[in-house]
Design a binder for this molecule. Structure first.
Ligand SMILES: NC(=O)c1ccc[n+]([C@@H]2O[C@H](COP(=O)([O-])OP(=O)(O)OC[C@H]3O[C@@H](n4cnc5c(N)ncnc54)[C@H](OP(=O)(O)O)[C@@H]3O)[C@@H](O)[C@H]2O)c1
Length: 281
């Protein structure tokens, strides 16, 4: 499988496995084991998913050594600020029984609706992220759900810019402006919800392309995401679909097919608008 290289030289698989909405320990063990056997190596969790311990137990049950898998975790909104983010990371590391994360992300920017000083808060949290990186507790740092104005604001004080921005991206939610911004600023865009959490799977135009290509709608959506220049975080609890979603490196969408998908009507908004996010939880 292809890999993407971050600005600091760290390589990550182009397709990772998402664990959002998997909380049951037995299900996590089965899903993790199947995903690993299919070939997924990057596992994406978050403090807010309430499944870090379940994931840790799944890894232990599989008997893997730390170098055999790649872990990405996220700090939740209730741990903003330089000190709080470092404490949150230490708590998550303990739950995952590891002394480093391969990638650590801020889950949501501080919302401008809640905080007049949102820029200052994000800058302070980012200082904590930079410290974690310098201390070797995380091999790469990034953000999620940051729009270009959040990144531009961060740029004013950041000593190290985010290496990854994980955002909702799928057919019907192209994120063209952000993709271009990240390309110019050497950040990798990781697509969360690359199938729109399943919402895009009934689309007739994509179905027609899939029939033509002898691929499934999901495979066409994921392939489109790769060709847009994004890395992907894919999730399914079904072993057949894990294989299907992984099997996207043996075909290419041509310009006409890419254009047709690019021009589908808007169907984003699976997640919250980053400018509206509340500090729940
Ligand atoms: N940073 C953030 O704020 C953020 C936000 C959202 C997500 N994420 C990350 O991104 C990951 C992926 O997001 P997501 O779960 O919304 O991903 P998604 O790939 O857009 O959607 C997953 C949904 O589609 C179904 N599915 C997956 N493959 C399929 C296939 N080949 N055919 C038919 N249905 C299929 C799954 O159902 P089954 O499981 O039943 O197959 C699941 O309901 C999350 O797990 C999480 O790690 C991050």
């Amino acid at each position: 499988m292809d890999q993407i290289k971050l600005i600091n030289g760290i390589k990550l698989p182009q397709i990772g496995f998402g664990t959002w909405q998997i909380t049951d320990r037995d299900q996590m063990a089965e899903v993790f084991s199947n995903a690993y056997d299919v070939g997924y190596r990057l596992f994406d969790t978050a403090a807010a998913y309430s499944n870090e311990i379940a994931l840790s137990k799944a890894i232990a049950r599989k008997g893997l050594s730390r170098e055999e898998y790649i872990l990405s975790d996220k700090v939740w909104n209730t741990s903003r600020g330089c000190e709080a983010v470092q404490e949150a990371c230490r708590r998550s590391l303990k739950k995952l029984k590891t002394d480093y994360f391969d990638l650590y992300l801020i889950h949501w920017p501080a919302s401008m609706k809640l905080y007049p000083n949102w820029e200052e808060i994000n800058a302070d949290t980012w200082r904590g992220m930079e410290q974690l990186y310098r201390d070797g507790m995380v091999k790469a740092i990034g953000v999620c759900n940051f729009k270009t104005h959040h990144l531009e604001a961060l740029k004013k004080t950041a000593e190290i810019m985010p290496m990854v921005d994980q955002v909702e991206l799928h057919p019907g939610f192209n994120q063209n402006e952000l993709l271009e911004y990240c390309r110019v600023n050497n950040m990798v865009v990781q697509a969360s919800s690359p199938l729109g959490n399943g919402k895009i799977l009934n689309n007739e135009d994509i179905c027609a392309i899939a029939v033509e290509k002898k691929k499934t709608i999901a495979q066409v959506c994921l392939r489109w995401g790769l060709q847009k220049g994004a890395a992907l975080i894919s999730k399914t609890v079904n072993i057949g679909r894990m294989q299907e979603n992984f099997d996207i490196f043996d075909f290419t969408l041509n310009e006409k097919e890419m254009d047709a998908i690019d021009n589908l009507p808007y169907c984003g908004g699976i997640g919250i608008d980053p400018d509206e996010v509340k500090e729940f939880g």
